[in-house]
Design a protein around this ligand. Sequence first.
Ligand code: DAH
Length: 341
Amino acid sequence: MLEQIKQLMAEVQAFAVSTEEELEEYRRKFTNKKAVINQMFTDFRELPGEIKRDVGKPLNELKQMAQTRLDEFQQSLKGSQAVANRPNDLSLPGDPGLPGARHPLSIVLNKIVSVFEGLGYTVAEGPEIEDDFHNFTALNFEDNHPARDMQDTFFVRRDPDFLLRTHTSSVQVRVMQENQPPIRVLAPGRVYRNEAISARAHCFFHQVEGLVIDEGVSFADMRQALQYFANAMFGEQAKIRLRPSYFPFTEISAEMDVWWGLETEDDYRMTKGTGWVEIMGCGMVDPNVLRNCGIDPDRYSGFAFGMGVERISQLLYRVPDLRLYSQNDLRFLRQFEKIDA
Ligand code: DAH
């Protein structure tokens, strides 16, 4: 019987199947109830004990092998049928692949821009490598202001100083130098600060600056514009408050908070227990700044504001870590595929 087993193993190995008929023949020969292998199991029972020991294992292996081959044949027949059945229609559309999606910061930035465009603002741009005048001096920063320190600012060159702009307020200066009022611009862009990177701070981020200069522009006009913006961004129920603050280039200065709520533990954490979150700095443009930029402060007044895009995106989409914005992790980015703005 051992001889026969070896013989059958060789036959099973050598058998090839490419049609249903051949598969059927294989079954008949090797795996059906009546096939020879099953027959051998019946004979096996009659064998004397010491022979059983020698034959049992190879016989089982043969059966196993025949079954494995059968599975393989069935698989490959199924596969080749699928290929054969596939319609050979060359006009079918191709595999579309992944279309890509907007970055969350672009979505938020576009939204901010479109809100203010609705109020008649146009978009202005300025360079990311700035000189000291546009980033600091024209904006009324004193010579010994801490922002002028290496610790806060990336300098590209010293004496004369060139640096990576620390805020988009530098674009205000460029716009006022080149235009006379009425001025109504929005300046979105990337800014840089010498900060250690963490969940809450990054060495680069994005701001949107706003500037309005005309005759008789008041603090009330600013509040009205910012309330409109908050409603457009956060919904009709959005509440804002202005807190007194200080910036060298505005007088009077304020920080604007939006009401976030204080219901969950998350709200407590986000708002440091106040229910309010700060989203921008703002104020009436300091007369010194107007003068530095060639605009007559006795005739014109205006307001300015600057907000962080990452912060607003964080509020809208609950992004817990600033680093996510620049890591390009598709698991993060794909979550924004369905949001169009
Ligand atoms: N430039 C300020 C900053 O980066 C933000 C800011 C505050 C801009 C007040 C303004 C403003 O235009 O009026 O922190």
